[in-house]
Design a protein around this ligand. Structure first.
Ligand code: AMP
Ligand code: ZN
Length: 139
């Protein structure tokens, strides 16, 4: 299993750093975020170390994500929130601070401090198809 001895979430996974665990199995664990953007903010991580999601084998990702339905439901029930965001950041520019793949499960309630901007744009003629071709070509 990949482990980075300097990684804070590898240490959480190993139990070397305490955490408020919500669930765990051989593949993944979920624990409370110590810097919550909303009360009830939970992190779901694969147990092995990968920095970004595109590095993960699909099976390892599936074994992590299989917990998401129950986790989102539990966060919703426990907090009484109206909505839930699942966020996953890759790279500094995207807001990633801890370089071990993690999924934020964030309860949303009216008046909550956490918001984000969604600046929907539009493509010039042909550009969307061009980018779709480029992305398909890189699969
Ligand atoms: P990101 O910006 O996506 O890399 O998010 C990293 C998250 O990890 C932040 O929300 C931090 O509050 C959280 N965090 C950092 N260290 C710990 C820790 N020891 N236990 C729980 N959450 C942590
Ligand atoms: Zn790690």
């Amino acid at each position: 299993m990949n482990i980075d001895p300097d990684c804070i979430f590898c240490k959480v996974a190993a139990g070397d750093i305490p955490s408020a665990k919500i669930l765990e199995d051989e593949a993944a664990l979920a624990f409370m975020d110590i810097g919550p953007v909303a009360p009830g903010h939970v992190l779901l991580i694969p147990r092995p170390h990968w920095s970004t999601v595109d590095q993960m084998p699909p099976d390892a990702l599936a074994a992590t994500m299989r917990h998401l339905p129950a986790l989102v439901g539990a966060v919703r029930s426990a907090t009484g929130c109206e909505g839930v965001n699942v966020l996953q950041n890759n790279g500094r520019l995207a807001g990633q601070v801890v370089d071990h793949v993690h999924f934020h499960v964030i309860p949303r309630s009216p008046g909550g401090a956490f918001t984000f901007n969604w600046p929907a744009g539009e493509y010039p003629e042909g550009r969307m198809e061009q980018l779709a071709d480029a992305i398909r070509g890189c699969l």
